[in-house]
Design a protein around this ligand. Structure first.
Ligand SMILES: NC(=O)c1ccc[n+]([C@@H]2O[C@H](COP(=O)([O-])OP(=O)(O)OC[C@H]3O[C@@H](n4cnc5c(N)ncnc54)[C@H](O)[C@@H]3O)[C@@H](O)[C@H]2O)c1
Length: 459
């Protein structure tokens, strides 16, 4: 590709590694810089440290074709580079705010190492105003430099008065498990910037993507990301509140969601009731938005309620199990699905973590199985026994709790499951199973909001 750019992606995690691989596949020359030595070792030896469908092949292809490489040194990678994309983690601090320490460490390194005109793109989800502050810091570093060198431009910078850094916010909206599809076919590309040059460079970077490009100011771009995630999280908490009411009033949330979703103003998506959302984005981004609002002197009530509703859902699993079994002490509970959603090995804030902790606190023993996330889960909750497959997890179990709607659980042989288990109970945290099929197989079954099933035991 004649207009291929030299790109550095900082942070080779779920966002950075997928984005870097897709940009390399577009024809750009990409270096992913990663500070975690174990991840870097794996990547450099040809292994992909995360599970994301299609990623292994894409990485391999682009490494072999010479467009994708990995490095531990940001300053070395920045030499000759046109674009530096920041994709490091921004996890929650105890007060709910976003921890920006990785972001600032990268920005400081860019400020001290960059030697030419550079577009700095913020892919990490950062609070409103952060990317403005990044621009301020980088430009302050340039002014300081020019002060020291008497205003003489560094070679490669162009005119002495030209800004050295262009800074843009370009929030990422990909879904883990579908990251590669989402990166190539996004609903939109949001660009927050204050110069035509930044917008032009970003258009060049994403040229092969056929999607609307919305150019706004940096603060609005950052807010679009938080508002989108908070809105989606609210949709989930809303349907979960409806589900609870369905149980109390004898309606079926499946039918209700279908009827609501047929209204084109509402839509079918994000109306699946269950044990709620988890993952590395919705929980931390809703908390960060709430914190941002609080800092600005505003109580964002809807987002606060969204969080509260979601945080209570793992307890509802416990209440449902106790409704069937009474005390859970000494009971063996099988969790099917440990990742926060299917097609990923990511367990950050996975509902399965909270459910297992509640179960362990009540003296139950917990056995879990997940097609790809067993390893990452075990590192989080070592007291949970890990089974090699679903049948092994169900052996002698007092209840099956379905936590993640992996496809392989859809075809679970319920008759066989019934034979393996000590007590035939299903708490279906994703409303995956057909209640009548489960009952026909001899189970006592409850889902979330399936009040029309009239299974009073599980409440
Ligand atoms: N995961 C998602 O689905 C998703 C979607 C949209 C946006 N985001 C946002 O993107 C950002 C990254 O998320 P993620 O899930 O990819 O996180 P991640 O933890 O998977 O990856 C971050 C990577 O950055 C590395 N890193 C940290 N500091 C570094 C440094 N100084 N130099 C080089 N590497 C460094 C870490 O070792 C890690 O590998 C977050 O702000 C997140 O909110 C994530």
């Amino acid at each position: 590709m004649s207009d291929g750019m030299k790109v550095v992606v900082v942070g080779a995690g779920y966002v950075g590694l997928t984005t870097g691989s897709v940009l390399a596949d577009f024809g750009h020359s990409v270096t992913c810089v990663e500070s975690n030595q174990e991840k870097l070792r794996l990547l450099s030896s040809g292994s992909v440290p995360i599970h994301e469908p299609g990623l292994d092949e894409l990485v391999k292809k682009n490494v072999e074709e010479g467009r994708l490489s990995f490095s531990g040194s940001l300053s070395a990678a920045l030499a000759d580079c046109d674009v530096a994309m920041i994709a490091v983690g921004t996890p929650s601090l105890p007060d709910g705010s976003a921890d920006l320490s990785s972001v600032w460490s990268v920005v400081d390194q860019i400020a001290s190492s960059a030697t030419r005109e550079l577009l700095v793109v913020m892919k990490s989800t950062v609070p409103v105003g952060t990317t403005d502050e990044v621009a301020r810091r980088l430009n302050a570093a340039v002014s300081q430099d020019q002060g020291l060198t008497g205003g003489v431009a560094t070679p490669g910078m162009g005119q002495g008065t030209a800004p050295r850094f262009h800074v843009a916010s370009c929030p990422e909206f990909l879904r883990e498990g579908k990251a590669l599809i989402d990166l190539v076919h996004p609903d939109r590309i949001v660009v927050g910037c204050d110069s035509n040059r930044a917008a032009q460079l970003l258009r060049q970077l994403f040229a092969p993507i056929d999607a609307p490009v919305l150019i706004v100011d940096r603060r609005s771009a950052e807010m679009i990301k938080y508002a989108s995630n908070a809105f989606l999280a609210t949709k989930i908490s809303f349907i979960n509140e409806v589900a609870t009411l369905c149980e109390l009033l004898g309606a079926d949330v499946h039918a209700v969601a279908q009827g609501m979703g047929l209204d084109s103003r509402i839509g079918q998506k994000f109306l699946q009731a269950g044990v709620g959302y988890g993952g590395s984005c919705f929980p931390k981004d809703t908390r960060a938005l709430l914190h941002m609002a609080k800092q600005a002197g505003y109580d964002f009530r809807i987002v606060r309620s969204t969080i509260e509703v979601n945080e209570r859902l793992p307890l509802r699993v416990i209440e449902k199990l106790e409704g069937f079994l009474g005390s859970l002490s000494g009971r063996r509970i099988a969790l099917l699905g440990l990742a926060f959603k299917p097609e990923t090995d990511d367990v950050r804030e996975a509902p399965a973590i909270f459910v297992s902790r509640h179960l362990l606190e009540r003296g139950a023993s917990v056995v879990g199985y997940d097609p790809v996330a067993s390893g990452t889960f075990h590192a989080e909750v070592p007291r949970v026994e890990i089974a090699a497959n679903a049948h092994q997890a169900l052996q002698d179990a007092d209840a099956l709790v379905l936590m993640t709607e992996w496809d392989e659980f859809r075809s679970l042989d319920l008759e066989e499951a019934r034979r393996l288990m000590k007590t035939p109970i299903i708490v279906d945290g994703r409303n995956l199973f057909d209640p009548s099929a489960a009952r026909k197989a001899g189970f006592r079954y409850t889902g979330f909001g399936r009040g029309a099933d009239r299974d009073k035991e599980g409440r």
